[in-house]
Design a binder for this molecule. Structure first.
Ligand SMILES: Cc1cc2nc3c(=O)[nH]c(=O)nc-3n(C[C@H](O)[C@H](O)[C@H](O)COP(=O)(O)OP(=O)(O)OC[C@H]3O[C@@H](n4cnc5c(N)ncnc54)[C@H](O)[C@@H]3O)c2cc1C
Length: 415
């Protein structure tokens, strides 16, 4: 009998496993991938984290843990160089290497194992898993389950299936660089990074690039000091108890804090665009206010767009299209049998302790570490906030304060 079984091993549940490690809790986590790997298709050279190294898997809950980023640096003999480096932001590749280092030390992680069903027996949960390599099945019993299945790429249905989602970018890059013209759809950080990477690639002088955005401006990520306090436990706690309608409205209000482009990426893009003005040819087009309505493919892509303010149709052609069009929650189908209460189409109702609300009373719980935007606000996907979330979940599972929660962490009062 386990205390907690986790579905999915992304950074959220990996952090939970790292924090559970020194406690008496019996935990087990499953992931269908063969090994731990964090967004491999977006491991673009020089791409940076948007949160400081302090938002590693454990520091904000327990800086004395052996799984801190600083301890990782010490283990690979880079602690002093990092001290002189004097930066809070690290590269995405370094963060991924750190996550792999943590994963390699935890013995409650099981890869190549897909969770195919969870059944509530009344006394506990039975978790049915399948080894994706051998097809072998096994059942595990647990008091609680935490769902951390993350998100899946989302591409509008009206786009041809040959359009590549940005999560495939690194794997497709070599092939992409053989093309004459590439269009990128979307105006968030991923689109900006891919645009910059293609703009600066060795093949760049012969490549025509088109960047299509629905919005009028390319928003910068909110990095203002007080503004960032919405990524704090105080704000999350406040947000969770707001009426549904207020939360729904708030989610769209915070688009800039979540989806904006980092100032460094925008600066670098502009510098390279400025350099291009020395060339006397137009090979980069940045198009704002254009909603892509349809993309078809017949030896070339045809992109049908509509101007959002002039309401006029536009078309464009390309040899490859990259859709940086976001994600939708990856919800396993078996959750439909667990009497979960939903607030929106795919948004489950989740309480302040990250228990998923069910229409039946039960002494054992289902927790969520993903798909929390509507219940917990803009910090739902934030790596720093995931640490305090994991504290609350473990405290709740243990029935006592394994990790006391820090109080009064913000200057702003929200309620
Ligand atoms: C390119 C990129 C960069 C980002 N950078 C930052 C950043 O700098 N700072 C920040 O705060 N946030 C960042 N984020 C947002 C967020 O931190 C990440 O998306 C993070 O990966 C979310 O973690 P997760 O554990 O919820 O899900 P995921 O990382 O998506 O992991 C979910 C896992 O569940 C597994 N799974 C799904 N279903 C099953 C099943 N039935 N059985 C077994 N396994 C299953 C999948 O294989 C997957 O490994 C970034 C996001 C992206 C896309």
């Amino acid at each position: 009998m386990y205390d907690l079984i986790g579905i999915g091993i992304g950074p959220m549940n990996l952090g939970l496993s790292a924090l559970a490690h020194p406690t008496p809790l019996r935990t087990l986590f499953f992931d269908e991938s063969e090994q731990f790997s964090w967004h491999p298709g977006m491991m673009i050279k020089d791409s940076m984290m948007q949160t400081s190294f302090i938002s590693d898997l454990v520091t904000l809950a327990d800086p004395t843990s052996s799984f801190t980023y600083l301890n990782y640096l010490r283990s690979i003999n880079r602690l002093h160089t990092f001290y002189f480096y004097e930066q809070l932001l690290i590269s995405r590749q370094e963060y991924n290497a750190y996550l792999k280092w943590v994963a390699s030390q935890l013995d409650d992680l099981s890869f190549s194992t897909r969770v195919i069903d969870v059944q509530d027996t009344g006394d506990s949960y039975e978790v049915l898993v399948e080894n994706v390599l051998t097809g072998e099945r096994a059942t595990y019993e647990t008091r609680n389950v935490v769902i951390g299945t993350g998100a899946k790429p989302s591409i509008p249905e009206s786009f041809d299936s040959n359009v590549i989602h940005n999560t495939q970018y690194v794997m497709e890059k070599e092939q992409l660089l053989t093309k004459h013209k590439i269009s990128i759809v979307g105006s968030g950080q991923s689109a900006a990074e891919i645009f910059l990477d293609l703009l600066t690639s060795d093949r760049s002088p012969d490549l025509n690039l088109e960047w299509i955005s629905r919005s009028t401006i390319f928003e910068t990520l909110e990095t203002g000091k007080l503004g960032e306090e919405i990524f704090s436990p105080s704000y999350v706690e406040y947000f969770n108890q707001l009426p549904l309608k207020t939360r729904q409205e708030a989610v769209s209000k915070f688009a800039r804090s979540q989806n904006g482009i980092s100032p460094e990426t925008l600066q670098s893009i502009y510098e390279h665009l400025y350099d291009l003005t020395k060339e006397q040819k137009e090979r980069v087009q940045i198009r704002a206010n254009l909603e892509v309505e349809k993309i078809t493919y017949d030896s070339q892509f045809e992109i049908e767009m509509r101007h959002t303010e002039l309401n006029q149709a536009r078309t464009s052609t390309a040899d490859a299209v990259i859709a940086a069009t976001g994600f939708s929650p990856a919800l396993p189908s078996f959750i439909n049998r667990l009497n979960i209460e939903f607030e929106g189409e795919q948004a489950w109702k989740v309480d302040a302790n990250y228990r998923i609300v069910r229409s039946i009373e039960s002494p054992h719980h289902l927790y969520a570490t993903t798909n929390l935007e509507l219940s917990h606000g803009p910090a739902a996907d934030n790596l720093g906030m995931s640490v305090s979330r994991n504290q609350l979940i473990l405290n709740d599972v243990a029935g006592k304060d394994l990790y006391p929660v820090e109080q009064h962490a913000t200057f702003t009062t929200f309620n």
